[in-house]
Design a protein around this ligand. Structure first.
Ligand SMILES: Cc1cc2nc3c(=O)[nH]c(=O)nc-3n(C[C@H](O)[C@H](O)[C@H](O)COP(=O)(O)OP(=O)(O)OC[C@H]3O[C@@H](n4cnc5c(N)ncnc54)[C@H](O)[C@@H]3O)c2cc1C
Length: 447
């Protein structure tokens, strides 16, 4: 009988969405993870009435395929919509929280940008395209939208979502839709307007919903894993090799296989020539991909100990403001049930590509830094009643300028090694929905 077994290395969201779909399509799948649980970067906690996340906090649903996937795996009834109040977002300007504009009217009135910065935006359709075929996000935004928009909108956004820096990130790899709008219409405004008037041709598109899952986002990988036939935890895979009968997986626990296909979702900083059939020069390109360090501090306060009403999603801090945190989520406003009655839960982000050295400070020192910043920014007047801290030495891969060379390495490895597939948040998008869509697409290809 023909060997149709498939192995997946990594029980993060990419590996598990691939595994789930392969199983639905009738394949025989084994999943391996070095840790004792599934989820990878997704890690949810519940302690003394506080519910919080070490990794991703929310999932932005904007594609039908991702929503359908959540229902298929059986967490559809556990979807929790973000509180409508969370549509309000704040940006720090001159030490104060200023509501970010969400419409043309509010943009015209906002004190976040000067009149000349606002006027410049209306000239965007007349701007020439940049000559570079791989501009940074900063170069693109400064040229098309102006320096203030870069400093007070894009810079804090990149720090908050990617833990990165717009000077380093490649526009076409990080925000391909913006690069496409400019490419197809010569202007972001005209391209956006065309989409609004004539509709987005993407049939998968649905109206946006920011969600979490009852019990935390880790319920997604946990639920998938329970439905799979074989998940090998505590299996640190040391090599993925082909021999006559097919692909074999080696760990300290033994040898597994043969498999027809193997999908590796191992993060790039863990790659070695022993693990994968990667050449020395390719490995250098892979190890050059930056994963900035990030600290996440989770703090609970009594409501009366915070002066700000925390009536929004949270706030982001532009680099220009010269502060020691990247921003904070108002987690208990964002999603119901995150804090005991009468309390607020905040999730604060520190470090990233902007201030990597601060991310690595110990918990005690970080707490002092965060308390000082929160006192000044949102009027925290007392000690937290709950605290937790996680340090991510390598948080999120940065799609920097020249990322084509990284993608080429993946393609070259796959073409030299039929049956070996490279997937993960370093290929095709870092967000949870992107990882899910990429996993489903890969499963379709393998089936
Ligand atoms: C702090 C933080 C906040 C984030 N916030 C958001 C957010 O709010 N919304 C959002 O959409 N996205 C967010 N993201 C991004 C998103 O969470 C990740 O991009 C996504 O979870 C990555 O999934 P993955 O499966 O590709 O990789 P991973 O989650 O890294 O999974 C890889 C798996 O491989 C395993 N592994 C590694 N080496 C081996 C080996 N040799 N053998 C066996 N197993 C191995 C690991 O243990 C891990 O389980 C955030 C990420 C971080 C770190």
């Amino acid at each position: 009988m023909e060997n149709s077994r498939i192995a997946i290395v990594g029980a993060g969201i990419t590996g598990l969405s691939t595994a789930h779909q392969l199983k639905r399509n009738g394949a025989d799948v084994d999943v391996f993870d070095r840790k004792g649980e599934s989820g990878g970067s997704i890690k949810s906690y519940r302690k003394d009435g506080w519910q919080y996340e070490y990794g991703p906090n929310t999932l932005l649903l904007k594609e039908q395929s991702v929503e359908t996937f959540l229902h298929d795996i059986g967490v559809g009834h556990k979807i929790m919509l973000a509180n409508p109040e969370a549509s309000k977002r704040f940006i720090v300007k001159d030490g104060q929280l200023v509501e970010a504009p969400s419409s043309l009217g509010s943009f015209i009135k906002t004190p976040l940008f000067s009149t000349s910065a606002k006027a410049k935006l209306f000239l965007e359709p007349f701007k020439r395209r940049l000559k570079s075929d791989d501009p940074s996000v900063a170069e693109f935004v400064e040229k098309r939208l102006g320096k203030e928009i870069l400093d007070y909108a894009v810079n804090p956004f990149i720090a908050g979502i990617h833990a990165g820096n717009p000077d380093d990130l490649s526009l076409k790899h990080t925000f391909p839709f913006l690069a496409d709008l400019e490419e197809s219409s010569g202007s972001l405004f005209i391209g956006g307007l065309k989409k609004a008037l004539f509709g987005d041709k993407n049939p998968d598109k649905i109206s946006r919903k920011l969600i979490s899952i009852e019990g935390g986002l880790q319920q997604i990988p946990i639920t998938i894993s329970k439905q799979l036939d074989q998940v090998y935890y505590n299996h640190d895979i040391t090599s993925i090799k082909k021999s006559d009968g097919g692909w074999f997986i080696h760990s300290q626990m033994g040898k597994y296989g043969p498999y027809r296909d193997v999908v590796s979702t191992v993060p790039l900083y863990r790659w070695s020539q022993e693990l994968l059939p990667v050449q020395k020069n390719e490995l250098k390109t892979i190890h050059d991909v930056s994963y900035p360090p990030l600290s996440v501090m989770i703090l609970g306060f009594k409501k009366e100990d915070i002066e700000h009403p925390l009536d929004g999603f949270g706030f982001l801090v532009p680099e220009k403001e010269d502060r020691k945190i990247l921003g904070a989520l108002f987690s208990s406003t964002l999603i119901q049930g995150r804090a005991p009655e009468g309390s607020h839960l905040l999730t604060v982000f520190i470090g990233g590509g902007r201030q990597p050295e601060i991310a690595a400070e110990d918990s005690g020192r970080l707490l002092e830094i965060v308390k000082e910043e929160l006192a000044e920014l949102i009027g925290v007047t007392a000690e937290p009643v709950f605290k937790d801290h996680i340090f991510w030495p390598r948080s999120i891969p940065q799609y920097e300028q020249g990322y084509n060379s990284v993608l080429e390495v993946f393609e070259n490895i796959e073409s030299r090694n039929p049956g070996l597939h490279i997937a993960g948040n370093y290929r095709g998008g870092i967000s949870l929905p992107d990882c899910i869509k990429n996993g489903l697409a890969l499963a379709g290809k393998l089936s």
